[in-house]
Design a protein around this ligand. Structure first.
Ligand code: SER
Length: 561
């Protein structure tokens, strides 16, 4: 069964059972600063496992693109992709965990068996065997046995899932295998893991399932590899079928690049931006290594055409532009790095020690973004000895520094103290206050992202804004800039801050002590900062785009000069 048919069948099957279809969420989690990307379908529903009454429906179904940096190293093998479409069905607020498991397992089994036509002999399942922290899942084991399916008990690493991020719903899971390939994970969210590592039993159970569409479809077509199915086969052919391994990674990364750029991410040195930079550089590096001649802009356009009917994506021209700009910069860096290396080589009167070579290699890696694999190859060509262990040590130290950098960026607000980013941050506050003036105080912030290039604000509102409304918002913000309002920071307790009418992002967690930034008496928000001192420091404010983000949530991208 082709990807499209599996998608249709999954949604059709679960909506017939009363599950309500929900739109996929952004790849940037809207209310979870502890993770960089959406890695699971349940992420947008995290809060509903503890507060089921707030859920849009008691049971919902989605197809969610997810992005997993943890799998980057595996890409090119049979079953791993950095970005994939995850089929998921979810239930909230279940009184009986046994009844929920019965329903969930039977629904999943009937989908696989009756709807997809997979015979019993090809199917097996696993359940959690239990440990000191949480008990084994004998309920699920019994249900599988009743259905006559072979079931194995497994440990925590395999069969206890979550939470996504630092804390959240999690629980024992039961995995479904077809032909020995894991195709579906049913998580029974019975616990909430706190940041202190303790598991608290949730008062009501929930269900979170996820099945990788590409892997499931390949298995149904009796293939063991996602690369054996369409459209992947054709895409690899477009790149270079004689260099299959590199072509697969290039395709995987181009898909990811398309989705990340569509989220407004641009290549840079921190957090998500850095992930995008790494993906683009890897593609350029592989192209060079395998001497691939294909026109990748055509491949991007082709991949875009395939996904555009299902997801909101940026125009392929824009993606190609971002890709090519980064490629040009990287190639310039590479040329400089190679020049540097060659000069260094020429200046050595005798064979340098492997320690000296490795340190130089690391310098090139760190300063010019010269990828490790390419460096190793180049040095090997020169017949030079290289100390892998020393490089790994230097690399680990470097990673620790960038990890801290990224964490800072997504925890206490904004660690990127670049002047333009700070301006965008203050403009973000002005924009939110202006939106509330024009559209009413029902508008609350649902998410935000601020970079050098632009600011992005997600807010609750259920329709497209009219041109007049956008003009009005634009002129209010520009008036507040002209009015040269002071930006003042105060520290206070969270309760005091909320009582004083300061705005907080919906669903966001704050500490007990918070900072509040006021802009004249126009805006007041809980925020980690930093900000400029006076709105007079901002140039012209301009709205770039207004679009849908998810159901009931709009997104505005804007910038200031
Ligand atoms: N959250 C689980 C997973 O990602 C099931 O959807 O595997």
């Amino acid at each position: 069964m082709q990807l499209d048919e599996v998608r249709k069948n999954f949604i059709g099957y679960f909506t017939d059972l009363g599950y309500v279809r929900q739109t996929e969420s952004s790849l940037i989690p809207r209310n979870d600063p502890s993770v960089l990307f959406t890695t699971a379908g349940m992420q947008q529903f995290k809060e509903f496992y503890s507060s089921p009454l707030d859920a849009p429906a008691k049971s919902v179904v989605t197809i969610q693109p997810v992005f997993r940096t943890s799998d980057i190293g595996e890409v090119g093998d049979a079953t791993h992709l950095t970005i994939f479409e995850m089929l998921g069905n979810f239930r909230f607020g279940e009184e009986s965990s046994l009844r929920m498991k019965e329903t969930a397992i039977k629904e999943a089994w009937n989908f696989v068996h009756k709807r997809l036509g997979v015979v019993k002999e090809r199917v097996s399942a696993t359940v959690f065997k239990g440990d000191k922290l949480t008990p084994g899942d004998t309920e699920s084991e019994g249900i599988w046995q009743m259905l006559g399916i072979e079931v194995k008990r497994m440990g925590r690493d395999d069969n206890f899932w979550g939470p996504a991020g630092d804390e959240g719903p999690c629980g024992p899971c039961s995995e479904i295998y077809i032909d020995g390939i894991e195709v579906w994970n049913l998580v029974f969210a019975q616990y909430y893991k706190n940041t202190d590592g303790k598991f608290e039993k949730l008062p009501q159970a929930g269900l979170d399932t996820g099945s990788g569409l590409e892997r499931l479809s390949a298995t149904l077509q009796s293939h063991r590899s996602v690369w054996a199915i369409e459209p992947f086969v054709s895409w690899v052919d477009m790149v270079d079928p004689t260099r299959e391994y590199e072509s697969k990674i290039i395709i995987d990364h181009l898909r990811a690049i398309l989705f990340l750029v569509s989220e407004g991410i641009l290549p840079a040195n921190k957090g998500r931006d850095y992930v995008l930079r790494r993906l683009i550089r890897k593609v350029v590096f592989l192209e060079r290594r395998a001497a691939i001649k294909a026109d990748l802009s055509k491949v991007i356009t082709e991949i875009h055409a395939y996904y555009a009917p299902s997801y909101t994506l940026t125009d392929p021209e824009k993606v190609v532009k971002v890709f090519e700009a980064e490629q040009a910069q990287f190639e310039k860096n590479l040329a400089r790095a190679i020049g540097h290396l060659d000069r260094w080589v020429a200046s050595q009167s005798e064979q340098p020690s492997s320690e000296e070579i490795t340190k130089l290699a690391f310098y090139l890696f760190e300063s010019f973004g010269f990828p490790r694999e390419l460096l190793l190859e180049h040095l090997r060509d020169l017949g030079w000895d290289f100390d892998n262990e020393l490089f790994a040590k230097l690399f680990a130290e470097h990673q620790e520094t960038s990890r801290q950098g990224s964490e800072g960026l997504f925890k206490g607000g904004l660690a990127d103290h670049d002047a333009q980013t700070i301006k965008h941050h203050t403009a973000h506050h002005l924009l939110l206050a202006a939106l509330r003036k024009v559209l009413g105080n029902g508008v609350v912030q649902k998410g935000s992202n601020v970079t050098k290039e632009r600011l992005r604000l997600d807010f609750s509102f259920d329709r497209k804004l009219t041109d007049d409304e956008l003009d009005e918002v634009d002129s209010i913000v520009n008036d507040k800039i002209k009015a040269k309002l002071p930006v003042v920071k105060q520290e206070m307790s969270k309760d005091e801050a909320l009582k004083s009418g300061a705005l907080a992002e919906f669903g966001q967690k704050y500490g007990d002590k918070v900072s509040v930034y006021s802009i004249g008496d126009f805006s007041k928000e809980l925020c980690g900062g930093p900000h400029i001192k006076n709105t007079g420091e901002l140039g012209k404010f301009e709205i770039l785009k207004e679009e849908t983000s998810s159901q009931g949530v709009r997104r505005i991208k804007a910038r200031v000069s």
